[in-house]
Design a binder for this molecule. Structure first.
Ligand SMILES: [Zn+2]
Length: 88
């Protein structure tokens, strides 16, 4: 039957491209996980200057806001996973 000709070569190329893309994505994820694990060891110590609301920036660039009622002396940055210690 005419019209049902399949270009296998084309399909194979498509498959190769897709699996290469999947591999790239996987490597990207692995790199991200390593990066995350890396930053967990690093601790950022922030000295509180006031008793009120106080904005500060994590070394990863993520902005944080300390509330006047923050009692927790340490937490983790939700973006980089770094431990942040608040000193008063
Ligand atoms: Zn951070």
């Amino acid at each position: 039957m005419y019209g049902s000709y399949i270009n296998w070569g084309h399909i194979n190329n498509q498959c190769r491209r897709d699996s290469q893309r999947r591999l790239d994505k996987r490597m990207e994820e692995l790199n991200r996980v390593e990066h995350y694990a890396d930053s967990i060891d690093k601790t950022f110590i922030y000295k509180r200057k006031t008793k009120g609301w106080e904005p500060f920036t994590c070394p990863c660039g993520s902005s944080k806001q300390l509330s006047p009622s923050t009692k927790r002396k340490e937490f983790r940055c939700s973006q980089c996973g770094r431990k942040i210690i608040i000193e008063e």
